[in-house]
Design a protein around this ligand. Structure first.
Ligand code: 13P
Ligand code: SF4
Length: 306
């Protein structure tokens, strides 16, 4: 059986669309109708015409699509595709922190569960975090979570002093500062593109820091021919398709045996699981309506400001 052909057939029969994040396997990206960063996928979810949305990404991305499109059936190839960053913030602990700092507003990265979003004032993504924080009064008291590295980076570029949650993404934390520095010595003309979920010292090496989509778009504006890409290596697939005349080098991690730094959670989705998911219309993302109504408020606040 040709899985790609079967998926495209089922997609048509079931009036479904497929969304994929850049960290998906290449063959999943190749059958997707939309590929994007977290913000782009969230925005697309609002306007899709199809009855079914299959989110090829991790669980919080499926939840975000369902929160924004409650009348659609939202499917995910592997419901167990979690996220170490989303898991680093549990709603009970966030509630406790809010009680300790009652006059603070909570800004949460989109990589959070629906329960955490429901306790949040404004959701942000790595595409719009700077713009949103800049739009808030200079004296606003802010808690930023759960990614400490992204929060620290936003504090730096906005001149704020937000209280930071101690969470992180294990995939982005794996990148090696010293090996990237050595690589730059080998390729002095290469530009370093970094996702701000990386450790502070790694982000400080960047010629450009931004979300996956922002990194992809940056290449177009740059005159460099070579790029060291410091984020999950799935993004290299679209980079090579979009810019065939440029060279992209996946940045090294601390471990010597990993050439392509993959997110194990993202890669739990496979073409086979995508096929089964469309065929059986399962697993489906279900969110309690009361929770959904709370979780949509900070996402709407983000969409208004971004
Ligand atoms: P963006 O695609 O929004 O940059 O997010 C990166 C990420 O780690 C998603 O899990
Ligand atoms: Fe979560 Fe990191 Fe994987 Fe993104 S790359 S889904 S933040 S664990």
């Amino acid at each position: 059986m040709n899985l790609k052909e079967e998926i495209l057939k089922l997609k048509k029969e079931k009036n479904a669309c497929i969304m994929a994040h850049y960290y998906q396997d290449n063959d999943i990206q190749d059958v997707a109708d939309y590929i994007g960063d977290s913000l782009a996928l969230a925005k697309i979810a609002i306007n899709v015409k199809e009855d079914i949305i299959v989110v090829c990404g991790v669980n919080f991305m499926g939840e975000t699509a369902k929160i924004l499109s409650p009348n659609k059936k939202v499917l995910i190839p592997d419901i167990k595709a979690g996220c170490s960053l989303a898991d680093s913030c549990n709603p009970k602990d966030l509630k406790r922190l809010k009680e300790k700092y009652p006059d603070y507003k909570v800004i949460s990265y989109v990589n959070t569960t629906a329960e955490v979003k429901a306790l949040t004032d404004i959701v942000v993504t790595s595409s719009n975090a700077k713009k949103i924080v800049d739009s808030l009064p200079k004296d606003a008291k802010l808690i930023f979570g759960p990614d400490k590295n992204l929060g620290g980076y936003i504090n730096k570029v906005t001149g704020r002093n937000m209280l930071l949650w101690e969470g992180g993404c294990h995939v982005h934390q794996r990148f090696s500062y010293s090996k990237i520095k050595d690589l730059k010595k080998k390729y002095p003309d290469a530009e370093i593109l970094v996702h701000p979920e990386c450790k502070k010292e790694v982000t400080e090496l960047a010629d450009f820091a931004g979300s996956t989509l922002a990194i992809l778009n940056y290449v177009e504006k740059s005159s460099a021919k070579k790029f060291i890409v410091v984020t999950e290596c799935g993004i290299l697939h679209q980079m090579k398709i979009k810019y065939p005349d440029r060279e992209f080098i996946a940045a090294p991690v601390e471990e010597d045996n990993i050439e392509c730094n993959k997110c194990e959670y993202m890669r739990q989705n496979t073409l086979e699981k995508l096929y089964q998911c469309l065929k059986n219309e399962s697993p489906e993302i279900i969110i309690d309506e009361k929770l959904r109504k709370e979780a949509i408020k900070p996402i709407d606040a983000m969409l208004k400001l971004s």
